[in-house]
Each structure stands twice: as structure tokens, then as C-alpha cells.
Design a protein around this ligand. Structure first.
Ligand code: NAD
Ligand code: UDP
Ligand code: UDP
Length: 328
């Protein structure tokens, strides 16, 4: 009698797997030979982001809201489920906090039961409007707990707290990545974020909406670089939990970004000033010394290389019916 051979593939759960970053991560994990379970409630994500993965034998898609318990058997968990753009997370702020907090409790409970390694997609927003620049992981942040961004910022901060309490109390193997502004193909064209807004406006020949004087800064990481960082973090030794910053340290003013987009699209669009949203951080730049030291990770794709790929994606347009918006 022949003996049945059981798969030795790592079984990996990606929550928020149908989103912008999640879809790239699912693709990378499949290419690495993992068995991937993508869980998403399609709040901001879309099936079109992962349509090219459906049908691959080691890819599985499950519609599920992480604020409810989830019973599956996996070896590793990437917890990305959470709307990330201000217009998305402010649409239903209570649900945003629930997604971060109840979602974290559920995936941590799951990780505890099945002894899985678990990674949290945290954010540079835990630093709020930072008074230290650039931001090292040791900085505790400057967050308004009752402002419009608090549902996201404080939700993510509480999720970090839960991760570290499960680590201390239940000896879970945790990893916390603090992700800075990331861009690339499959961003939502109308999520109001600066890269997608500027590219879409430039391609339509509309004015580019620069909020405030455009002197505020951001550092933009191309999605492939970020995914490489997340995969390296998951593979790092158990005694390395993070939190670890992940982003591209090259800083641009928003006005510089607008000028670059106009140049690369060859658009005739002009720049139009609009009011600065409340609690808008003035500066943001990751200090990535820890990721460089512990993971040997440094972003390789400069804005000059990543922006044209993103512009191409938006130029091709999404298929009919793929209107990116809040799907509820
Ligand atoms: P996204 O909105 O494209 O992806 C989030 C995904 O989570 C979507 O597919 C959405 O449908 C899903 N989701 C939301 N609530 C859910 C719920 N309750 N249950 C199940 N699924 C749910 O955003 P993204 O940019 O890909 O962000 C992914 C993660 O990375 C988020 O946790 C975000 O906070 C974090 N992050 C992103 C950035 C960035 O610049 N894009 C920066 C910092 C942190
Ligand atoms: N949980 C889950 N999947 C599991 C195990 C737990 O969704 O496989 C949820 C469970 O519903 C619980 C949460 O995770 O509410 C936290 O679980 P934990 O075991 O830490 O706490 P407890 O069950 O004791 O509240
Ligand atoms: N921004 C802008 N015009 C836009 C969208 C955004 O000037 O059309 C600015 C915004 O005020 C902020 C920066 O660009 O200073 C980044 O905004 P985004 O919403 O992309 O990310 P976050 O504020 O979360 O870093």
C-alpha cells in the first residue's frame, strides 16, 4: 500500500488579503510555495485584486469579517484587515476600531489555539503628528485620542498592546510592523490618498489638489519593497518581535510629489490649493535602522521607478464594475 504524502507547505492566513497590500502579499506567498488562505469582508478590498490568484491550487478565498471569531488551522497569520485610507476608516469609525481591536483579539486567540506565528500590520500613524523626526520605534508618539483619525490611530495602538500582552501572557510568537505610506498598483483610485489622487487627477487633466501649502512631507514605499520586508519579518528569529518601522526613508514634500506626477504623466494639470485636513501630520519619515540591522532590509525601488508602474496601472483603468469605493 502506498503511503499518503501530506503537504509540508506552510499554511498562511492573510486577513485583508483582497486589499491593496494584501493582494500583493498573497501573490508573493503563493510564489514562495505557501498554502494561502485569504480572508476579507470586501469592505475596501475587491475580488478583482485577487482574481488572478483564484484557481491557483494553493489559494483559497473566504468572505469573513475579522470582528467575528474565525476557526481555521494555519501556521502563520498576517493580520492586514483594516481600512487604511482616511475616507475609508472615517466612513464608519466605530467599525474601524472594532476591526483593529476585536479583529486583533480574534486572530490572536486563533494564533494561541493553533500555535501560529502572527504578524500585525501596524502603522506609522501610531506616532500621530510626531514631535521627533525621523521616528524611531522607541518614540511613543503624539496622538490625539478624540480626533477624526483616532479610530484608526488608537485602534492600531490598542492592537499593538494586545499583541504584546499575548506575547507576554501567552508566549505567542508575534511580529509587529509599523508600515509607512505605501503605494503601487491596486491602490484604490478614489481612496483620497495622495498618490492615487494626484495620478488620477493628472491622467484626467484635472488640477492636482495640494492640501495646505504642500510643504508637509511623506516618505513613499513601493509595495513590492514592503512585501519583501513583511516576509523577512515573519521569517526572523522568534526573539525579534518588533515593533519595526517599514517604509522608504527618502522624504518628499507633497508639492514635490505633485510636480513629479505631472512630469511623469506628461499632464498639463495645474496645482490647486485646498484646505489642510485636521490633525494632518506635518512630517513623516521612517527611521529604518532596526529593519536594516535585524532583517537586512532596505527599500530598493525609488519613487522614480515605482511611480511609472503605478501610473501605468491607473492608465490601464480598472475593468467595468470595479469602481473602487466603500463596498457596503
Ligand atoms: P486596503 O483597504 O486596500 O486593505 C484592507 C483590507 O482589509 C481590504 O481588503 C478590506 O476589505 C479588508 N477589511 C477591512 N475590514 C475588515 C474586516 N472587518 N474583516 C475582514 N476584512 C476587512 O488597505 P491597505 O493599504 O492594503 O492596508 C493593509 C493594511 O496595512 C492595513 O491594516 C493598514 O492599516 C496597513 N497599513 C497600510 C498603509 C498604506 O500606506 N497602504 C500604511 C500603514 C499601514
Ligand atoms: N478565537 C477565534 N479562533 C480561534 C480561537 C479563538 O476566533 O481559533 C477567538 C475567540 O472567539 C475569543 C478570542 O479569539 O473571543 C480570544 O481568544 P482567547 O483564547 O485568547 O480568549 P478567550 O477565549 O479566553 O476569551
Ligand atoms: N494630500 C494632498 N492632496 C490630496 C491628498 C492628500 O495634499 O489630494 C496630502 C495630505 O494632506 C497629507 C499627505 O498628502 O499631508 C498624505 O496624505 P494621505 O492621505 O495619502 O496619507 P496620510 O495622511 O495618512 O499619510
Amino acid at each position: 500500500m502506498t503511503q499518503r504524502v501530506y503537504s509540508t507547505r506552510r499554511r498562511v492566513l492573510v486577513t485583508g488579503g483582497a486589499g491593496f497590500i494584501g493582494s500583493h502579499l498573497c501573490e508573493r506567498l503563493l510564489d514562495d510555495g505557501c498554502d494561502v488562505l485569504c480572508v476579507d469582508n470586501f469592505f475596501t478590498g475587491t475580488k478583482d485584486n485577487i482574481a488572478h490568484l483564484v484557481g491557483r491550487p494553493h489559494f483559497e478565498l473566504m468572505r469573513h469579517d475579522v470582528t467575528f471569531p474565525l476557526y481555521v488551522e494555519v501556521d502563520e497569520i498576517y493580520n492586514l484587515a483594516c481600512p487604511a485610507a482616511p475616507i475609508h476608516y472615517q466612513y464608519d469609525p466605530v467599525q474601524t476600531t472594532k476591526t483593529s481591536v476585536h479583529g486583533a483579539i480574534n486572530v490572536l486567540g486563533l494564533a494561541k489555539r493553533v500555535k501560529a506565528k502572527i504578524l500585525q500590520a501596524s502603522t506609522s500613524e501610531v506616532y500621530g503628528d510626531p514631535q521627533v523626526h525621523p521616528q524611531p520605534e522607541a518614540y511613543w508618539g503624539h496622538v490625539n485620542p478624540i480626533g477624526l483619525r483616532a479610530c484608526y490611530d488608537e485602534g492600531k495602538r490598542c492592537a499593538e498592546t494586545l499583541f504584546f500582552d499575548y506575547y507576554r501572557q501567552h508566549k505567542l510568537r508575534i511580529k509587529v510592523a509599523r508600515i509607512f505610506n505605501t503605494y503601487g498598483p491596486r491602490m484604490h483610485p478614489n481612496d483620497g490618498r495622495v498618490v492615487s489622487n494626484f495620478v488620477v487627477q493628472a491622467l484626467k487633466g484635472e488640477p492636482l489638489s495640494v492640501y495646505g501649502d504642500g510643504g508637509q512631507t511623506r516618505s513613499f514605499c513601493y509595495v513590492d519593497d514592503l512585501v519583501e520586508g513583511l516576509v523577512r519579518l515573519m521569517a526572523s528569529p522568534d526573539d525579534f518581535t518588533g515593533p519595526v518601522n517599514m517604509g522608504n526613508p527618502v522624504e518628499f514634500t507633497i508639492l514635490e510629489l505633485a510636480q513629479k506626477v505631472v512630469e511623469l504623466t506628461g499632464s498639463k494639470s495645474k496645482i490647486e490649493r485646498k484646505p489642510l485636513p485636521s490633525d494632518d501630520p506635518k512630517q513623516r519619515q521612517p527611521d529604518i535602522a532596526l529593519a536594516q540591522e535585524k532583517l537586512g532590509w532596505t527599500p530598493k525601488i525609488a519613487l522614480a521607478e515605482g511611480l511609472p508602474k503605478t501610473i501605468d496601472y491607473f492608465r490601464q483603468g480598472r475593468p467595468e464594475g470595479q469602481t473602487p469605493s466603500v463596498h457596503r
